[in-house]
Design a protein around this ligand. Structure first.
Ligand code: GTP
Ligand code: IMP
Ligand code: MG
Length: 432
């Protein structure tokens, strides 16, 4: 008789889902996670920090999350895993926003803490780069992850213990102060004692949230619980596979769940790629389908494409299927969720980029080399425009041309759009 190893048999009971961005972030992951969290028991953030901004609209009320998993509004168990860069000052504000809501939160002891010198260094490095700046969110995320890699980061388990926190700040503060002053001609906004006193009080307040997220999630998966992993940012901001160096410092792709949470690689069975019906990007870097002028302004206004975190106007472009196909491969999407279809409503015709032209050749993969990517020209296919009311709750209620747009994307990608979003509200969604 065939012997099935223990972990294989477990696989059949694993309803775990990863939600990730397929473009440059801001695809609407927050809304989709809020929706899916209804059926989840645990919602886990595994990458990034408060550079992310997720907006969730429920009954007309807007909630903005930067660190809390977007499952918070469904009253689910929310977990912040080791792969996150956590700014406790921001978490405090977010918890205040949720006051009155029942909340269950655990933060992994290994989670890296964003310190005030990270913000200062983020700003100083950008200023020093001048025109070549990355256009970061200025939230200290890059320097925080750099410290993790250099093994000089402060972790959550140290934040919650006064003595250890003091030791680490005493050790690090002078070096960071010197670096800021001598290399960048800048300075720290707060003194050492001020930082210590603030972080110590935050640590004391958050000590109750300390919990081994890796262990909790592993146990939940073993018990067959439904776990939802919420990605921040998008595939092309990935530190390795994005448009380097115009990327973030963590890994927004699905594989990062394993290293960010600390679970075995056989434990994921559904990967949902969030695809915005057009493309946006904040910050610098190549953007093959970018639009300028009236049309870009119209889509930006209608889609309210201004950063949730920084308020910056987002750059706008047509849907780029070369990006999405590459993202599909990098993440292993089992399905997609197509968002913001309503924003394209009312246009006479819409364009979709289905290939790039590079050096006289047609290519269908995003080149790794930024120099090459910068020279790629989009090959567009035109589709008829459509109207979307935002009240459609079934696919059949969508106008034929809108269905054709969705069908075109599905056919070119070879995966289905099981969720089609036609407005920011929870109810403005078609589930197929
Ligand atoms: P990051 O983690 O920062 O990458 O963000 P995100 O992917 O969670 O997206 P974010 O919330 O920053 O941006 C999406 C915006 O679009 C939010 O303001 C949502 O409320 C809104 N939104 C989401 N889905 C739809 C939709 O189908 N139609 C419209 N009109 N707005 C939507
Ligand atoms: P950082 O993550 O703040 O270092 O920014 C690096 C790049 O990622 C910049 O181009 C930012 O605009 C972009 N970025 C970081 N977080 C987000 C996000 O949540 N949505 C969209 N872009 C982001
Ligand atoms: Mg966002």
């Amino acid at each position: 008789m065939l012997h099935i190893p223990f972990f294989w048999s477990e696989l059949f009971y694993m309803p775990s889902t990863v939600v990730v961005g397929s473009q440059f972030g801001d695809e609407g992951k927050g809304k989709v996670v809020d929706l899916l969290a209804r059926n989840a028991e645990l919602v886990v953030r595994f990458n990034g920090g408060n550079n992310a901004g997720h907006t969730v609209v429920v009954e007309g009320k807007k909630y903005k999350f930067h660190l809390m998993p977007s499952g918070a509004l469904q009253g689910k168990q929310c977990l912040v895993a080791a792969g996150v860069a956590l700014d406790p000052r921001v978490l405090l504000k977010e918890l205040e926003q949720l006051e009155g809501k029942e909340l269950s939160l655990a933060i992994d002891p290994r989670t890296q803490i964003v310190m005030p010198w990270h913000n200062a260094l983020d700003g100083a490095k950008e200023t020093a780069k001048g025109k070549a700046k990355i256009g970061t969110t200025g939230r200290g995320i890059g320097p925080c992850y750099a410290d993790r890699a250099s093994r000089t980061g402060i972790r959550f388990c140290e934040l919650v213990e006064s003595e250890r926190l003091r030791q680490r700040v005493e050790e690090l503060f002078p070096e960071k102060e010197r670096l800021l002053k001598q290399v960048y001609g800048s300075e720290m906004q707060q003194g050492k004692e001020e930082i210590l006193s603030l972080y110590d009080s935050l640590g004391k307040g958050f000590a109750k949230y300390l919990g081994d997220v890796s262990l909790q999630v592993s146990n939940a998966l073993k018990a067959g619980k439904n776990v939802l992993f919420e990605g921040a940012q998008g595939t092309f901001l990935d530190n390795d596979f994005g448009t380097y160096p115009f990327v973030t410092s963590s890994h927004p792709i699905a594989g990062a769940v394993f290293t960010g949470v600390g679970i075995g690689v056989q434990r994921i069975d559904r990967v949902i790629g969030i695809v915005k019906a057009y493309t946006t990007r904040v910050g610098s870097g190549p953007f093959v389908t970018e639009l300028h002028g009236e049309l870009a302004d119209r889509i930006r206004e209608k889609g309210k494409e201004f950063g949730t975190t920084t308020g910056r106007p987002r750059r706008i472009g047509w849907l780029d299927l070369v990006l999405i196909k590459t993202a599909l491969r990098l993440n292993g999407f089992t399905e997609i969720a197509l968002t913001k279809l309503d924003v394209l409503s009312g246009l006479k015709e819409v364009k979709v980029c289905t290939a790039y032209e590079y050096n006289g050749k047609t290519i269908e993969e995003v080149p790794a080399d930024l120099g090459r990517l910068g020279q790629c020209k989009p090959v567009f296919e035109k589709l008829p425009g459509f109207e979307v009311q935002g009240t459609e709750t079934e696919f059949g209620q969508l106008q034929q041309e809108a269905r054709d747009y969705v069908g075109f994307v599905e056919e070119r990608l070879g995966v289905g759009a099981k969720i089609v979003s036609v407005g920011p509200g929870r109810e403005e969604t078609i589930l197929r």
